[in-house]
Design a protein around this ligand. Structure first.
Ligand code: HSE
Length: 400
């Protein structure tokens, strides 16, 4: 039976405001925001002052509040709030992907020990209901892979740069103005935001709790107009992809740009949209698309969790509880494009096989396409500082 939901909200930024608006427009939800805990006393707010408190215990110790919705920016503070709420037996909804990905095991255990429930559909891929779909629809399905565009900001930038000729910095600025980017946009452009989401998705798709620090993560700051041109000449687009793939009895996870051809559903996913392609052993391929960032799309994902909490829905982590667990692994050969300024840089990249080479040394523009091992990529400590750009080629998993 549905319960009446009395929400204590933490944070009233882009997503918090979005939740407030979509909640007020929704019909059939018996849910009210009772109190909102915010940090900045001097900020002008769009709601009456009596909504707001600056003391988290006003929310956490309020017996009238039966649902805590955590939508703040700071992952460490979010973890403290969510931990305390779960320990008090309160249901929690959060959209904080960094906090969830970095503390997956602890949050899983807190829910088991205290019987409270944490839902976080809004943490991953904005409005696409991917977590609950993996958890419920694919609960017994063996999956081969989940691959997708998990970050709206980078997809917006790459779309504007490649299709509208807007420069990288202007496109990033626009993404910030539109409320897509994180308050620290490094998290978007360096791939970390997609990485956190990939770890969350991996837990629900394959039952494996992967630590973000163990995952190869390389973003888009090094992408150049020449790379965009090469992609266009080959009938492709460059997208930042998160890949979660089962190989034998291991699970590989990585985040990096990719050349995507027009046969791939992700090719048409532009601007702040996200796309997720799930490949099941029996169901075969299924594709999901939706707005991946922004106040209302994310607010609506949070609202769906608020609704789910009202009838006591909880994640069962079914795949994680299976006896036969996959283990996380990095021994996987990837076919990649590497653009580099001069030959000496190749010493960092132990290619297993090279298929194609292009030299234009007079203008420091060279590239090759070859197979490299994921662990070898992880071993390159200073990859982001090297004058190179690396991206997956469509034949993602080389057979060598
Ligand atoms: N900064 C994130 C993105 C917001 O651009 O996808 C949604 O998680």
């Amino acid at each position: 039976m549905r319960k009446i939901t009395r929400i204590g909200l933490f944070g009233f930024g882009c997503v918090g405001r979005g939740l407030y608006d979509v909640l007020n427009q929704s019909q059939g939800m018996e849910a009210d925001i009772v109190s909102i805990c915010v940090k900045d006393k001097n900020k002008t707010r769009s709601l009456p002052a009596d909504y707001f408190t600056y003391d988290k215990s006003d929310v956490l110790n309020n017996p009238n509040i039966n649902l805590v919705v955590e939508l703040i920016d700071n992952a460490d503070e979010a973890f403290e709030i969510v931990t305390e709420a779960l320990q008090k037996g309160k249901s929690v909804v959060s959209a904080n992907k960094k906090m969830i990905a970095e503390h997956f095991e602890e949050l899983y255990n807190l829910q088991r020990v205290f019987g409270s429930s944490l839902l976080y559909e809004g943490s991953s891929c904005g409005s696409i209901p991917i977590i609950r779909t993996l958890e419920e629809y694919y609960d017994n399905e063996l999956l081969n892979s989940v691959q997708g565009i998990f970050n709206g900001t980078t997809n917006y930038i790459l779309t504007k740069v490649a299709q509208e000729g807007i420069d990288y910095d202007t496109a990033l600025h626009q993404a910030q103005e539109l409320g897509f980017a994180e308050s620290d946009p490094t998290l978007d452009v360096q791939g970390y935001d997609a990485l956190y989401k990939a770890c969350i998705v991996a837990a629900h798709a394959f039952g494996v709790f992967v630590k973000p620090a163990d995952v190869f993560c390389y973003g888009i700051p090094a992408v150049g107009t020449e790379d965009v041109r090469i992609a266009r000449e080959r009938g492709m687009k460059i997208k930042l992809l998160a890949t979660i793939r089962k190989t034998e009895n291991q699970l590989a996870v990585f985040v990096m740009p990719a050349f995507v051809d027009s046969a791939n559903h992700l090719y048409k996913v532009d601007n702040e949209y996200n796309g997720v392609f799930v490949e099941g052993v029996y169901s075969d391929g299924q594709f999901f698309q939706g707005k991946g960032a922004g106040s209302y799309p994310t607010g609506s994902a949070v609202l769906s969790d608020v609704s789910a909490q009202s009838y006591n829905y909880r994640y069962e982590y079914k795949k994680h509880r299976l006896e036969q667990q996959l283990s996380y692994g990095t021994d996987l050969n990837l076919r990649v494009y590497l653009r580099y300024a001069d030959e000496s840089l190749l010493q960092h990249f132990p290619f297993r096989h090279v298929y194609e080479r292009h030299y234009e040394p007079d203008r420091n523009f060279n590239y090759l396409i070859g197979d490299i091992n994921l662990q070898d990529l992880l071993n390159i400590n200073n990859l982001r500082e090297l004058p190179v750009f690396i991206a997956l080629m469509p034949d993602v998993l080389s057979k060598i």
